[in-house]
Design a protein around this ligand. Structure first.
Ligand SMILES: [Zn+2]
Length: 226
């Protein structure tokens, strides 16, 4: 299961993380939230990346899932950590989502071109979001949930171009999702780890303004126009 590319990816990612004072711990288990639908996850804890893979995955999919999580850590330390700093004060889920979604196309591209690792399982699983959007029962949460749905659909559209038209049609189901999809395309599409921090910040602010998720001025999060 451990390909040459995966070995190199792990070495490079560990070296970059260590240079920033971070450690990486990799485990295989079957505790929540790990499942067939969520085959891998990574949590930061005390400058340690705790990377977990669902241990029931077939071996080749374990390799892909591990590569995907390492890819997130790699692009983070290549410079998306600055995006994290920019969005730290935005509502938790949106901030986390932004870093995650902006990172996907970058990491999928690096895995393929530098390490010859494909992302077929991730994209296959991700296509599952092209379902009719679920009802949201908590009205106070609805706006930010729809914005995140729009972001996720933008992410799918740019990582799986064959799904782009379908993803956009899916975003159209709700004004806030469509608004987030369009704003992400306009303001977030060309963010790279190398982008200057002030430019990154300006882009996130433009995105936040366009979607009614304004960045807080005094620690409060303002979701939506209403
Ligand atoms: Zn991911």
């Amino acid at each position: 299961m451990v390909s040459d590319g995966l070995q190199r990816l792990e070495q490079d990612t560990r070296a970059l993380a260590q240079a920033a004072g971070w450690d990486i711990c990799i485990g295989f288990d079957d505790c929540p939230p790990l499942s067939a639908e969520c085959p891998a996850c990574t949590q930061p804890l005390d400058r340690q990346w705790q990377l977990r893979i669902w241990r029931h995955l077939p071996a080749d999919e374990q390799g892909e899932a591990l590569a995907h999580e390492l890819g997130h850590i790699l692009v983070y330390h290549q410079g998306l950590s600055r995006l994290q700093d920019t969005v730290d004060e935005v509502a938790y889920d949106l901030g986390k989502g932004l870093v995650n979604f902006v990172g996907h196309r970058l990491l999928i591209d690096i895995l393929q071109t530098v390490y010859s690792i494909r992302s077929a399982s991730h994209l296959q699983l991700y296509r599952g979001i092209l379902e009719p959007q679920e009802e949201v029962y908590d009205a106070s949460e609805e706006h930010v949930i729809r914005v995140i749905q729009g972001l996720r659909l933008w992410d799918l559209a740019r990582t799986a171009p064959d799904c782009a038209a379908q993803a956009e049609a899916c975003a159209l189901q709700h004004d806030d999702s469509k608004g987030a999809f369009d704003a992400a395309k306009r303001y977030l599409d060309d963010i790279t780890p190398e982008m200057a921090p002030n430019v990154m910040r300006a882009r996130v602010q433009l995105f936040a303004q366009a979607t009614g998720c304004c960045l807080p001025r005094q620690g409060s999060f303002i979701a939506g126009p209403g």
